[in-house]
Design a protein around this ligand. Structure first.
Ligand SMILES: C[S@@+](CC[C@H](N)C(=O)[O-])C[C@H]1O[C@@H](n2cnc3c(N)ncnc32)[C@H](O)[C@@H]1O
Length: 341
């Protein structure tokens, strides 16, 4: 399967399923012959890689994640088509002169806090673009869709030049080569489709209680790493509200997921499966996850016909020094399937 151009591979996202898309689509096709009249919901959408690959292929899509940066990325990608007005706005933002603001002072080289997440130039560019976007929004000089496309373009561009090993848990001591490149906004031209698309920012439990449909794709976190901590700077750029950053890493207060807690995960998982009003449930879960495969099976098979598929693949671990994605380790990804009673 060819990876469609609306699937965002530029965000270096933990647990991204970009490279597993051919596996996911081929397993789903065993159970479903015609996707076109069906609906799909992805309550843990993250970078949106999976749900975006169904844009134009299904009748309707619901994407959700409880992190705001994910909401922004998915609002930008799950649209009927790219508005023509975007290109001129992108170039105006790219031409802005840098400004000293919250991101420069708290998270950039030369700022008062001394945190090196961005070079001096890029920190000031992020502030300039972010402030301009808020101004345009206040002036109502563009649509909500334009706002989210441009904000998502900023998140993706900032992530490319971030001075981190892979996530935002810490910054590197010296500005690495890729972080010295100038931040530049780009966007993908999306061809028109008829799929109906809705994006939420809710807790998955809450969302699943409120919706129903045909296909439910679940890709919850599988270990203790909280996304809100690992991607805090994307949330800070996206919301752009001043606060007092804490400690050396400059963390804001962040949401904690029950899916990352050993004592809670089994209960939230069973509740989700029990309440889900969907005909097909596909669950991606790693073999090193908090819930062992046998536990997943014992819960899922209570609610219908259960099967499991797996694929070995190379997962890339961040290299602490220079570029990202250097060290490959073999891992096995499971796709648990439940055809509900
Ligand atoms: C494994 S990632 C999903 C990756 C995604 N399929 C992709 O390809 O990019 C898990 C996602 O679940 C989100 N998440 C964690 N707990 C959540 C909750 N309780 N409700 C909704 N989303 C949650 C995280 O923010 C994260 O984006």
């Amino acid at each position: 399967m060819e990876i469609p151009n609306n699937v965002n591979a530029s965000l270096n996202y933990i647990g991204s399923k970009v490279r597993l898309l051919p596996f996911l689509h081929s397993v789903m096709s065993i159970y479903i012959k015609d996707f076109s009249p069906l609906s799909i919901a992805d309550p843990f959408a993250g970078s949106g890689a999976v749900v975006r690959s169904f844009r134009g292929k299904v009748n309707s899509i619901i994407a959700n994640d409880f992190e705001y940066y994910s909401y922004v990325l998915n609002r930008a990608a799950l649209i009927p088509t790219t508005p023509a007005s975007i290109w001129e706005k992108l170039s105006r933002l790219n031409e802005l002169l840098g400004r000293r603001g919250f991101i420069f002072e708290e998270y950039s080289e030369g700022g008062k806090a001394g945190r090196l997440y961005f070079s001096r130039e890029n920190g000031q560019k992020i502030d300039a673009i972010r402030q301009e976007l808020e101004l345009w929004r206040e002036e109502k000089s563009f649509s909500e869709t334009d706002y989210f496309i441009l904000l998502a373009a900023l998140l993706e561009a900032a992530d490319k030049v971030a001075n981190v090993a892979s996530v935002y848990g810490a910054f590197l001591k010296k500005i690495k080569n890729s972080a010295q490149k100038s931040l530049r906004l780009t966007a993908t031209k999306l061809s028109p489709v008829n799929t109906q698309m809705t994006v939420f920012q809710k807790d998955a439990q809450e969302l699943v209680r409120e919706i129903s449909g045909d296909i439910l794709y679940l890709d919850p976190p599988y270990n203790a790493r909280q996304y809100g901590a690992n991607y805090h700077l994307l949330n800070t750029i996206a919301s752009y509200k001043a606060f007092t950053p804490s400690g050396i890493t400059g963390l804001p207060r962040y949401q904690r997921s029950n899916w990352c807690r050993r004592q809670k995960v089994e209960a939230v998982f069973e509740e989700l499966i029990a309440t889900a009003q969907f005909s097909y449930i596909f669950l991606s879960y790693n073999n090193e996850g908090l819930l062992p495969p046998k536990k997943i099976q014992s819960i899922m098979e209570k609610y219908g016909r259960y099967t499991v598929h797996s694929q070995k693949y190379q997962r890339f671990k961040a290299d602490k020094n220079e570029a990202r994605n250097h060290k490959a380790t073999a891992t096995e990804e499971f796709l648990h399937v439940l055809v509900k009673n």
